[in-house]
Design a protein around this ligand. Structure first.
Ligand SMILES: Nc1ncnc2c1ncn2[C@@H]1O[C@H](COP(=O)(O)O)[C@@H](OP(=O)(O)O)[C@H]1O
Ligand SMILES: [Mg+2]
Length: 275
């Protein structure tokens, strides 16, 4: 990880340029799985939260070496037209928590969507050097836990963009429900999975009720989908990763649960004004 000249923290630009992150981004992402050769790369739509100054733009050459552990999981690359691919990049998720030095929440994320469907997700925790990746109908290095509590779930929610999420969660699942406020959408998806990182809390559901950007959620959506889980709006609609860069309908993420039954339990946010 490159270090910022002025602080001990890597900046978001540094984070995305870190050797590990770049290797994952390119080898697990666009190139390995979609064979987007450089002549086609300009057709790929890339949406990123990062805004880099023109003076700060540095060209980094990827050596096209794919790590063995990834090659082992995904033997056959998939080929898709470059123009069907949208890449969503969040170079620093949990920005608010990062400024508070709550490093455990910080992740960097890359997601590849094909025709708007999330297909490949990478969530990297730069401070614990843990990486989760998964590809729909491909491989993964992470799995679901063996059991989840559907009746009185532990629900992970935003600590800094919470809206009325606590009221929604308690109204839906009752007062016995445990609410876990946490930073970062990447961190909250990892809370649903079997993640060995000691600083990672565990939850049964992830609920978000306010507006959120697609680069915050695409990687988590792809990973959950690849592992048989779901991420939808609170009314159960699939999220399309093309077009606008955000969604208004809130977020429900679950794995190894009856997702549609959970959706039916939730109140209609428009009617209750709980956004
Ligand atoms: N209402 C809102 N409007 C814009 N971004 C939001 C949002 N709610 C959540 N987010 C973004 O979603 C990510 C997770 O949020 P939270 O920690 O509150 O759950 C954060 O991304 P960044 O840290 O990349 O900005 C946050 O900024
Ligand atoms: Mg983010």
């Amino acid at each position: 990880m490159l270090q910022n000249k002025h602080t001990d923290f890597p900046t978001s630009v540094d984070a995305i340029r870190s050797e590990k992150f770049l290797s994952l981004m390119f080898s697990e992402g666009v190139f390995l799985l979609f064979k987007c050769f450089s002549c086609h790369l300009f057709l790929v739509q890339i949406n990123t939260e990062e805004h880099v100054d023109a003076a700060d733009q540095e060209v980094i050459i990827w050596d096209r070496k794919i790590p063995e552990d990834i090659l082992k999981e995904i033997a056959t690359p998939k080929e898709v037209p470059a123009e069907s691919v949208t890449v969503w990049i969040d170079p620093l998720d949990a920005t608010q928590e990062y400024t508070e030095d709550l490093r455990k929440y910080v992740t960097t994320m890359v997601c590849v969507a094909v025709n708007g469907k999330p297909v490949l997700g990478v969530i990297h925790k730069p401070f614990s050097e843990y990486t989760a990746w998964a590809m729909v109908d491909g491989g993964s290095n992470v799995k679901a836990r063996t059991s989840y509590n559907e009746r009185t779930p532990r629900i992970v929610v935003s600590r800094s963009h919470s809206g009325m999420v606590k009221q929604v969660a308690l109204q839906t699942f009752g007062n016995q429900t445990t609410i876990i406020p946490a930073g970062g959408a990447g961190y909250k998806v990892l809370a649903l999975l079997d993640v060995p990182d000691k600083s990672q809390e565990k939850a049964d559901l992830y609920i978000h009720v306010t507006y959120i950007k697609k680069w915050d959620i695409c990687a988590g959506n792809a990973i959950l989908k690849a592992l048989g889980g779901h991420m939808t709006t609170l009314s159960g609609e699939e999220i399309s990763y093309t077009g606008s860069d955000g969604i208004e309908g809130g977020l429900l993420a679950s794995i190894r649960m009856n997702h549609q039954a959970l959706v039916r339990k939730l109140p209609d946010l428009e009617k209750t004004g709980h956004k």
